[in-house]
Design a protein around this ligand. Structure first.
Ligand code: SF4
Length: 82
């Protein structure tokens, strides 16, 4: 399983989640055109620590991602396939 960063992160990119993640699996692109932060699904240990840290409630367990943001599961995973 993994956690997924969804639409509310876009243009916010607060990094509080990065600070609390125990396995450093939340990444930010150096590319300024990148709009959000991403969680590496292969490294995430499903601890949930990032959820309350996010000021815009952008992070969900993969099975609880709202239907309107389902595409963000692939968006996060795809970032790490580059
Ligand atoms: Fe990191 Fe835990 Fe959030 Fe996964 S659930 S991204 S391991 S803080």
């Amino acid at each position: 399983m993994t956690y997924v960063i969804c639409e509310p992160c876009i243009s916010v990119k607060d990094t509080a989640c990065v600070d609390v993640c125990p396995v450093d699996c939340i990444h930010q692109s150096d590319d300024k055109s990148s709009t959000q932060l991403y969680i590496d699904p292969d490294v995430c240990i499903d601890c949930g620590a990032c959820v309350p840290a996010c000021p815009v409630e952008a992070i969900f367990p993969v099975e609880e991602v709202p239907d309107k943001w389902k595409q963000f599961t692939a968006v996060n995973a795809q970032y790490f396939k580059k």
